[in-house]
Design a protein around this ligand. Sequence first.
Ligand code: ZN
Length: 111
Amino acid sequence: MLYCKNCRLVFSDISCCPICGDNSAQPPQPDDICFLTETDPLPAGMLKASLEQNDIPYLSSSSIGAGLAIRAGAMFERIKFYVRYDDLTKAKDLADGMFGSDGSDEAEVYS
Ligand SMILES: [Zn+2]
């Protein structure tokens, strides 16, 4: 596994970052902040609740500024999630469990 500090992305099987092409990526450290997923505001709220239930600290950021969100409407907003590398595997399991089911059944979050 390698970690790109520019994109906060963990990747494997390739020697350079798939987003920025940086080939100086290093193996991830436990405290590195890693990109988890990007999603719409509604599932983002569900994912936040799930991460909190599992005591996984996370960062989230909107892909567009607050001013634009007001003008364009929340439906165009995308929320990005980041977690520590230590928590990445567990957090990915949570996200996959939620979004793998198409996000249509809220009960999935709590199963
Ligand atoms: Zn990169």
